[in-house]
Ligand binder design. Structure first.
Ligand code: GDG
Length: 581
């Protein structure tokens, strides 16, 4: 027995060692497995397990290396996915050019708008070229620049004839020609009845719920029909000999054009984009020629509005007024064998593709510049940029500023509102009166407060380059439209703020309020609400401004004007023409 004892002890020790190693190894393997699982599922790799003995070390080293490789592969996959989704989200002029080229496959693109993108006017002994203050021009010019084509418009500059050829054609932009402008000449009488009368005294107030009564005169209606027919002739000349051209008609000036074009050229694909709101059927019924207008519009293959609400109002109006089949599931109207799709396309602006190098310094410089130009030293700057139009809520905005200074007197003498107001539709007495009312209201409010006047009205046309320092300098941008299809000023302000500062105050009655949720949304009729929003904006900490502005900028960057154009052209190119046209 004694001889056996050492042997038994050795066996027992061996067994104990084997068992202990088993436990240790199993624990190590389990840890290793847990660690690998965590690495595989995308958690950041945890610290490597403590090393237990030389036995596991080679395995652990390999696992460590594997986990590192895995982490790198995961990181680059995430990066790649991010880039891919960014490329998907970002539309640029370059991308649009390729897209439109592919979609149109050589078919010509013709845009018809009343407003021309470049107007030539005499200025002393020189001729100047001006881009008119117009949201439509801001929205459409990038498409034509990127893709070429022809823009047909009323030539209303006093030097337009001498700067175009005998057919009213010229290449634009003047400094770097990229597309054709075809000018249509209107007599004073035509302009008065078609543009000032039926379009701007009739349809404009009809579609904007701003409590201004529309005026419908039979003579204006006659001129409106004549001018629509005249533009149709210009379209036929431009598309002569071209097969399956694409025609993009713009706005309420040309409701009759789609049917006129389709009747003579059924092979044309025709879209009409409506830049202003569409009211409910009761409001629209005021127009004595509502049937004719709807008939004209429904010649189009596609009708675009800014928002789904406007599409719904349009379909309700058609349903109420015409014999037709309104397909609410597909948002389409079928009438006499022809189908019109009705869809929202929220318009936007171009977004700077190459970021500024020192945005904060640029904003500071802009601030000094606009204050110096006005001879002021205010602590806070607010801006408003509008055509001088009663729908833009300029008087309501002024009353909001006045109320803020009454409620929070500590701001008196420290804040200025620069109101840029481009004169608009000056042939109409109502618009001239409105310009005077704006000046008078500013003067009334300014007289109430001591020190530098709180409201400065800059009542002249400003180019986009002149507007930019105001956008950049502003602590708050006020967009207080009483009703607005979209409102591009709101989006321009956001696009300009590369420093990610500044607060947008935005009317809930502007189409832009649908998507720009990080603005301070107000009811412009409520002076207290405008006052509170302005006070909130001026008191907002930089971090809070930045949080909102970053989100607003993401929205506008992703849904920029190139995406708008691409969506519109994609839908138009997909229109199926009836066989044999
Ligand atoms: C209609 C709808 C919709 C340039 N210089 C001046 C000036 N501009 C430019 C602005 C802006 C444009 O004019 C104004 O755009 P909005 O969108 O505010 O408005 P509307 O002209 O009424 O356009 C509107 C738009 O069509 C597009 O579909 O958004 O709802 O009503 O780009 O930079 N503006 C002013 N003074 C200038 O000197 N006010």
């Amino acid at each position: 027995m004694n001889e056996l004892q050492p042997l038994l002890l050795t066996v027992a020790a061996l067994l104990a060692t084997v068992l202990a190693s088993r436990v240790i190894v199993r624990r190590q393997v389990r840890r290793l497995a847990d660690w690998l699982r965590l690495s595989r599922t995308g958690e950041p790799p945890p610290p490597p397990p403590t090393r237990a003995g030389a036995l596991m070390n080679p395995l652990i080293r390999e696992a460590e290396a594997l986990a590192k490789d895995l982490a790198k592969a995961q990181e680059s996959a995430v990066q790649e996915a991010r880039l891919r989704s960014q490329a998907d989200a970002l539309w640029t002029a370059e991308r649009l050019r390729g897209h439109v080229h592919a979609k149109l496959a050589g078919r010509p693109l013709v845009v018809v708008a009343n407003r021309e993108p470049y107007r030539h006017a005499h200025s002393g002994s020189k001729i100047e070229v001006v881009m008119p203050a117009s949201g439509l021009v801001t929205g459409l010019e990038p498409l034509l620049r990127a893709c070429g084509g022809t823009w047909i418009a009323h030539g209303d500059g006093d030097a337009d004839r001498e700067t175009s050829d005998e057919n009213g054609r010229l290449k634009v932009p003047p400094e770097n020609p990229q597309y054709a402008l075809r000018r249509v000449w209107l007599s004073d009488e035509e302009d008065k009845g078609f543009y000032s009368g039926f379009s701007n005294e009739g349809l404009w107030p009809l579609c904007h719920i701003a409590h201004t009564r529309p005026v419908f005169r039979p003579d204006d209606w006659a001129r409106y029909r004549e001018v629509n027919a005249k533009f149709a002739e210009a379209v036929f000349e431009e598309i002569e000999g071209q097969t399956e051209p694409c025609v993009l008609v713009q706005d309420y000036h040309f409701t009759l054009l789609p049917s006129l074009i389709k009747e003579r050229r059924p092979d044309a694909r025709v879209a009409l984009f409506w830049h202003i709101p569409w009211p409910n059927p009761e409001a629209f019924a005021i127009c004595p020629w509502q049937k004719e207008l709807l008939h004209g519009l429904l010649g189009a293959d596609l009708i675009g509005f800014h928002t789904q609400d406007h599409c719904n109002n349009f379909l309700d109006t058609v349903d109420r007024v015409l014999e037709s089949r309104v397909d609410r599931a597909r948002f389409a109207v079928k009438r006499a064998g022809h189908e019109t799709l009705v869809k929202p396309f929220p318009i936007s602006v171009a977004f700077p593709e190459t970021p500024a190098r020192e945005p904060a310094a640029a904003a500071r410089a802009a601030r000094e510049k606009v204050l110096r130009a006005a001879g002021r030293e205010d602590e806070f700057i607010a801006v408003g940029v509008d055509r001088l139009d009663y729908t833009k809520g300029i008087l309501e905005r002024f009353r909001g500023v006045e109320r803020m200074l009454d409620l929070y007197p500590e701001y008196q003498g420290r804040v200025v509102l620069f109101q840029i107001g481009a004169p608009s539709r000056m042939a109409l007495a109502g618009y001239r009166d409105f310009g005077e009312a704006v000046a008078a209201e500013a003067a009334r409010i300014n007289a109430r407060f001591k020190g530098p006047p709180p409201i400065v009205v800059l009542s002249r046309h400003h180019s986009h380059d002149e507007l930019k320092p105001y956008y950049l300098a502003a602590d708050a941008c006020l967009v207080t439209s009483l009703h607005d299809g979209m409102n591009l000023v709101a989006k321009e302000f956001v696009a300009a703020r590369e420093d990610e500062r500044g607060v947008l105050i935005l009317s809930r009655f502007a189409g832009a309020a649908r998507a720009l949720r990080d603005a301070l949304i107000v009811n412009p009729y409520d002076a207290d609400a405008v006052a509170e929003a302005l006070r909130t904006a001026l008191a907002m900490k930089p971090d809070a401004q930045s949080l909102r502005m970053v989100r607003l900028r993401r929205e506008v960057r992703e849904n920029n004007i190139y995406r708008w154009s691409a969506n519109l052209i994609t839908e138009l190119a997909a229109v199926r023409l009836p066989a044999g046209v």
